[in-house]
Design a protein around this ligand. Sequence first.
Ligand code: SF4
Ligand code: SF4
Length: 202
Amino acid sequence: MQLTNRSKQVSNTEMTFSESLYLPAILNGMAITFKHMFKKEATVRFPDQDRPIAPVYRGQHVLKRDENGAERCTACGLCAVACPAEAITMEAAERKKGEETLYREEKYAAVYEINMLRCIFCGLCEEACPKEAIFLTDRIVSAEDLREDFIYGKSKLVEDTQHRVDVTRRQTEEVLEFKHDKSKYHNQTHEDGKDIIHPWKH
Ligand code: SF4
Ligand code: SF4
């Protein structure tokens, strides 16, 4: 049975004297190796050397805090619904009196988990989020030995107030243009340090 049409007839002709010495073939191979020594390396010495990545590279997620340090996520579940890999799970809770500095909205995610083994880093959760709470970043998900270590909870996802995660590189011109379209208010909650007053809240 022929699986491909790339079959090649094997030659059974006798080797010439120079071929039987193998020297020309060895020298030819060494010449090719030598030539490549002066070419730009095609490989990157990761992890010692950083690989160049696109500004909108989709790596490990971050759950953002607002400018006052309160969690932006309101546990609306839109990211989980948008996720094609069903990688996101969450449990919502009501904000209690006195927790205004912890949670931006009256409802928040008491539990928020992403299964990094299921995630395909498509970025649809980021696009679906109406609160600009979840972003993918240029951080790489680290290798683990145990499957359960790939379930990232809030301790790994929510940004540390002391080490903010800069997502401004993801705000490409196209994204900013989209956000400045006032007919798409639902995609933006915050601009220039001030809350946007949504038209339907009047
Ligand atoms: S990046 Fe895609 S697959 Fe991963 S959690 Fe977000 S929506 Fe799901
Ligand atoms: S991250 Fe955004 S879309 Fe997901 S639950 Fe929180 S507010 Fe909703």
